[in-house]
Design a protein around this ligand. Structure first.
Ligand code: SF4
Ligand code: FES
Length: 260
Protein backbone atom coordinates (compact mmCIF):
# COMPACT_ATOMS: atom_id res chain seq x y z
CA UNK A 1 0.00 0.00 0.00
CA UNK A 2 1.03 3.61 -0.47
CA UNK A 3 1.77 5.41 2.79
CA UNK A 4 2.00 9.18 2.97
CA UNK A 5 4.54 10.32 5.54
CA UNK A 6 4.75 13.88 6.80
CA UNK A 7 8.04 14.22 8.64
CA UNK A 8 9.19 17.21 10.68
CA UNK A 9 12.62 18.21 9.45
CA UNK A 10 15.20 20.60 10.89
CA UNK A 11 18.90 20.91 10.20
CA UNK A 12 20.35 23.54 12.54
CA UNK A 13 23.28 24.06 10.15
CA UNK A 14 20.98 25.00 7.32
CA UNK A 15 17.44 25.77 8.46
CA UNK A 16 16.18 28.73 10.46
CA UNK A 17 12.79 27.07 11.05
CA UNK A 18 11.53 23.48 11.09
CA UNK A 19 9.73 22.36 7.95
CA UNK A 20 7.66 19.38 6.83
CA UNK A 21 9.03 16.81 4.42
CA UNK A 22 6.37 14.82 2.60
CA UNK A 23 7.04 11.38 1.14
CA UNK A 24 4.94 8.61 -0.35
CA UNK A 25 6.41 5.15 0.15
CA UNK A 26 5.34 1.64 -0.78
CA UNK A 27 5.03 -0.55 2.34
CA UNK A 28 3.09 -3.51 3.71
CA UNK A 29 0.27 -2.96 6.23
CA UNK A 30 2.23 -5.01 8.78
CA UNK A 31 5.39 -2.96 8.35
CA UNK A 32 6.33 -0.55 11.11
CA UNK A 33 6.63 3.22 11.01
CA UNK A 34 10.38 2.72 11.44
CA UNK A 35 10.45 0.59 8.27
CA UNK A 36 8.65 3.38 6.42
CA UNK A 37 11.16 5.94 7.73
CA UNK A 38 14.00 3.67 6.65
CA UNK A 39 12.50 3.50 3.15
CA UNK A 40 12.45 7.32 3.09
CA UNK A 41 16.06 7.49 4.22
CA UNK A 42 17.38 4.74 1.99
CA UNK A 43 15.45 5.46 -1.22
CA UNK A 44 14.04 9.01 -1.09
CA UNK A 45 16.20 11.33 1.00
CA UNK A 46 19.41 10.11 2.63
CA UNK A 47 19.72 13.31 4.64
CA UNK A 48 16.84 12.34 6.95
CA UNK A 49 18.19 11.86 10.47
CA UNK A 50 16.44 9.27 12.64
CA UNK A 51 17.92 7.40 15.61
CA UNK A 52 17.27 3.64 15.80
CA UNK A 53 19.16 0.48 16.60
CA UNK A 54 17.49 -2.78 17.69
CA UNK A 55 14.26 -2.62 15.62
CA UNK A 56 12.54 -4.68 18.34
CA UNK A 57 11.49 -2.39 21.20
CA UNK A 58 14.59 -3.09 23.25
CA UNK A 59 17.07 -0.22 22.87
CA UNK A 60 14.63 2.66 23.36
CA UNK A 61 16.29 4.87 20.76
CA UNK A 62 13.37 5.52 18.38
CA UNK A 63 10.70 7.12 20.55
CA UNK A 64 8.93 9.57 18.24
CA UNK A 65 5.73 11.55 18.17
CA UNK A 66 3.58 9.64 15.68
CA UNK A 67 0.20 11.07 14.73
CA UNK A 68 0.36 13.18 17.87
CA UNK A 69 1.27 10.47 20.36
CA UNK A 70 4.62 9.31 21.68
CA UNK A 71 5.41 5.81 20.49
CA UNK A 72 8.31 3.60 19.55
CA UNK A 73 8.52 3.71 15.76
CA UNK A 74 9.70 0.09 15.61
CA UNK A 75 6.66 -1.08 17.60
CA UNK A 76 4.07 0.95 15.72
CA UNK A 77 2.41 -0.97 12.88
CA UNK A 78 1.32 1.01 9.85
CA UNK A 79 -2.13 -0.59 9.65
CA UNK A 80 -2.77 0.67 13.21
CA UNK A 81 -2.01 4.31 12.38
CA UNK A 82 -3.37 4.56 8.85
CA UNK A 83 -1.99 5.58 5.48
CA UNK A 84 -1.31 9.17 6.52
CA UNK A 85 1.37 9.32 9.19
CA UNK A 86 2.82 12.41 10.82
CA UNK A 87 6.19 11.95 12.51
CA UNK A 88 7.87 14.47 14.79
CA UNK A 89 10.67 14.36 17.35
CA UNK A 90 9.59 13.85 20.96
CA UNK A 91 8.95 17.16 22.70
CA UNK A 92 10.74 19.08 25.41
CA UNK A 93 14.29 18.14 24.42
CA UNK A 94 16.53 20.11 22.02
CA UNK A 95 16.36 18.88 18.44
CA UNK A 96 19.82 18.00 17.14
CA UNK A 97 18.65 17.20 13.62
CA UNK A 98 15.29 16.15 12.15
CA UNK A 99 13.91 13.38 14.43
CA UNK A 100 16.94 13.17 16.73
CA UNK A 101 16.80 14.97 20.08
CA UNK A 102 19.50 15.64 22.65
CA UNK A 103 18.85 13.11 25.45
CA UNK A 104 21.33 14.69 27.90
CA UNK A 105 18.68 16.50 30.03
CA UNK A 106 16.69 13.26 30.23
CA UNK A 107 19.71 11.27 31.40
CA UNK A 108 20.68 14.01 33.86
CA UNK A 109 17.34 13.35 35.61
CA UNK A 110 17.99 9.62 35.41
CA UNK A 111 21.36 10.03 37.12
CA UNK A 112 19.79 12.21 39.83
CA UNK A 113 17.97 9.21 41.34
CA UNK A 114 21.19 7.14 41.65
CA UNK A 115 20.02 4.27 39.42
CA UNK A 116 22.34 1.64 40.88
CA UNK A 117 22.41 -0.61 43.93
CA UNK A 118 23.48 1.20 47.12
CA UNK A 119 24.59 -1.04 49.97
CA UNK A 120 27.72 -0.60 52.10
CA UNK A 121 27.04 -3.68 54.21
CA UNK A 122 29.43 -6.61 53.90
CA UNK A 123 27.80 -9.08 51.52
CA UNK A 124 29.07 -12.11 53.40
CA UNK A 125 30.50 -15.21 51.79
CA UNK A 126 27.76 -15.50 49.16
CA UNK A 127 25.97 -13.01 46.94
CA UNK A 128 23.20 -10.86 48.44
CA UNK A 129 20.25 -13.24 48.43
CA UNK A 130 16.71 -12.28 47.51
CA UNK A 131 13.49 -14.29 47.49
CA UNK A 132 11.38 -14.59 44.28
CA UNK A 133 8.68 -12.52 46.03
CA UNK A 134 11.18 -9.76 46.83
CA UNK A 135 12.41 -9.78 43.23
CA UNK A 136 8.89 -9.73 41.83
CA UNK A 137 8.10 -6.54 43.73
CA UNK A 138 10.16 -4.37 41.36
CA UNK A 139 9.98 -6.57 38.28
CA UNK A 140 7.91 -4.14 36.19
CA UNK A 141 10.24 -1.23 36.78
CA UNK A 142 13.26 -3.26 35.55
CA UNK A 143 11.68 -3.28 32.10
CA UNK A 144 12.03 0.42 31.40
CA UNK A 145 14.17 0.88 28.28
CA UNK A 146 14.73 4.61 28.88
CA UNK A 147 13.08 5.64 25.65
CA UNK A 148 11.82 8.92 27.21
CA UNK A 149 8.36 8.52 25.62
CA UNK A 150 6.64 9.00 28.97
CA UNK A 151 8.74 11.90 30.24
CA UNK A 152 8.55 13.87 26.99
CA UNK A 153 4.78 13.52 26.81
CA UNK A 154 4.31 14.64 30.41
CA UNK A 155 3.03 18.25 30.48
CA UNK A 156 4.66 18.77 33.88
CA UNK A 157 8.06 17.92 32.46
CA UNK A 158 7.46 20.23 29.53
CA UNK A 159 6.40 23.06 31.83
CA UNK A 160 9.05 22.57 34.55
CA UNK A 161 12.56 21.52 33.65
CA UNK A 162 13.27 20.80 37.33
CA UNK A 163 10.75 17.96 37.33
CA UNK A 164 12.65 14.70 36.96
CA UNK A 165 9.84 13.10 34.99
CA UNK A 166 8.07 9.74 35.13
CA UNK A 167 10.94 7.65 33.70
CA UNK A 168 13.23 8.73 36.53
CA UNK A 169 10.49 7.96 39.04
CA UNK A 170 10.28 4.46 37.59
CA UNK A 171 14.04 4.12 37.98
CA UNK A 172 13.84 5.32 41.58
CA UNK A 173 11.18 2.67 42.18
CA UNK A 174 13.42 0.02 40.65
CA UNK A 175 15.96 0.43 43.46
CA UNK A 176 13.85 1.75 46.32
CA UNK A 177 11.91 -1.52 46.40
CA UNK A 178 14.89 -3.82 45.91
CA UNK A 179 15.35 -5.63 49.24
CA UNK A 180 19.14 -5.54 48.80
CA UNK A 181 19.30 -1.77 48.42
CA UNK A 182 19.86 0.75 51.25
CA UNK A 183 19.56 4.01 49.29
CA UNK A 184 15.79 4.60 49.44
CA UNK A 185 16.04 7.59 51.76
CA UNK A 186 18.49 9.51 49.61
CA UNK A 187 16.48 8.77 46.46
CA UNK A 188 13.31 9.99 48.14
CA UNK A 189 15.05 13.28 48.87
CA UNK A 190 15.33 13.72 45.10
CA UNK A 191 11.94 12.32 44.15
CA UNK A 192 9.95 14.31 46.68
CA UNK A 193 11.76 17.64 46.28
CA UNK A 194 9.02 20.26 45.92
CA UNK A 195 10.39 21.51 42.62
CA UNK A 196 10.38 18.02 41.17
CA UNK A 197 6.83 17.19 42.18
CA UNK A 198 4.23 17.67 39.51
CA UNK A 199 1.22 16.12 37.90
CA UNK A 200 2.32 13.19 35.80
CA UNK A 201 0.01 12.51 32.90
CA UNK A 202 0.30 10.20 29.94
CA UNK A 203 -1.20 10.87 26.52
CA UNK A 204 -0.58 7.25 25.52
CA UNK A 205 -1.50 3.82 26.77
CA UNK A 206 0.37 0.63 27.53
CA UNK A 207 -0.29 -0.76 24.08
CA UNK A 208 1.66 2.07 22.54
CA UNK A 209 4.84 1.96 24.54
CA UNK A 210 6.36 0.27 27.50
CA UNK A 211 4.19 2.25 29.85
CA UNK A 212 5.56 0.82 33.05
CA UNK A 213 4.75 3.56 35.49
CA UNK A 214 1.05 2.72 35.40
CA UNK A 215 1.82 -0.87 36.32
CA UNK A 216 3.94 -0.17 39.35
CA UNK A 217 2.25 -1.98 42.19
CA UNK A 218 -0.45 -0.01 43.96
CA UNK A 219 0.52 0.18 47.61
CA UNK A 220 4.24 0.46 47.01
CA UNK A 221 4.00 4.17 47.53
CA UNK A 222 1.00 5.85 49.09
CA UNK A 223 -0.36 9.14 47.70
CA UNK A 224 -0.76 12.33 49.62
CA UNK A 225 -1.68 15.25 47.43
CA UNK A 226 -3.58 14.18 44.37
CA UNK A 227 -2.11 16.93 42.21
CA UNK A 228 1.39 15.61 42.53
CA UNK A 229 3.18 12.77 40.75
CA UNK A 230 4.84 11.32 43.82
CA UNK A 231 2.89 11.85 46.94
CA UNK A 232 3.37 11.26 50.64
CA UNK A 233 0.87 10.02 53.20
CA UNK A 234 1.93 9.13 56.72
CA UNK A 235 5.55 8.74 55.70
CA UNK A 236 4.80 6.37 52.85
CA UNK A 237 4.82 7.11 49.16
CA UNK A 238 2.97 6.13 46.03
CA UNK A 239 3.76 6.83 42.44
CA UNK A 240 0.53 8.02 40.88
CA UNK A 241 -0.54 7.69 37.31
CA UNK A 242 -3.26 10.12 36.37
CA UNK A 243 -5.59 10.07 33.40
CA UNK A 244 -4.74 10.35 29.72
CA UNK A 245 -4.07 13.83 28.46
CA UNK A 246 -5.83 14.92 25.25
CA UNK A 247 -3.47 15.69 22.40
CA UNK A 248 -4.70 19.29 22.30
CA UNK A 249 -3.61 19.79 25.92
CA UNK A 250 -0.20 18.51 24.98
CA UNK A 251 -0.04 20.90 22.04
CA UNK A 252 -1.09 23.76 24.30
CA UNK A 253 1.66 23.04 26.81
CA UNK A 254 4.25 22.74 24.06
CA UNK A 255 3.20 26.06 22.63
CA UNK A 256 2.89 27.84 25.99
CA UNK A 257 6.33 26.74 27.06
CA UNK A 258 7.96 27.22 23.66
CA UNK A 259 9.47 23.74 23.93
CA UNK A 260 8.50 22.14 20.68
S1 SF4 B 1 8.78 4.06 31.64
FE1 SF4 B 1 8.22 3.28 29.60
S2 SF4 B 1 7.83 5.10 28.29
FE2 SF4 B 1 9.01 5.75 30.13
S3 SF4 B 1 11.18 5.71 29.52
FE3 SF4 B 1 10.72 3.71 30.48
S4 SF4 B 1 10.11 2.38 28.75
FE4 SF4 B 1 10.02 4.50 27.98
S1 FES C 1 14.88 0.64 17.46
FE1 FES C 1 15.28 -0.08 19.49
S2 FES C 1 13.43 0.31 20.56
FE2 FES C 1 12.96 0.80 18.49
Amino acid sequence: MDVHLKVRRFNPERDTEPWWGEYTVEAEPDDTVLTALNIVKWYHDGTLAVRRSCNHGVCGSDALRINGQNRLACKTILKDVGKHVTVEPIGGLPVLKDLIVDMVPFFDSYRAVSPFLINDETPGERERLQSPEERERFDDSTKCILCAACTTSCPSFLANDQFIGPASIVQAHRFMFDSRDRGAAERLEVVKRPETLAVTTFPFGPERSRDLLGRVRVGDIVPVRIDRGVLEVAGEYRIVRLTLTPADTFEMVLNLTGRR
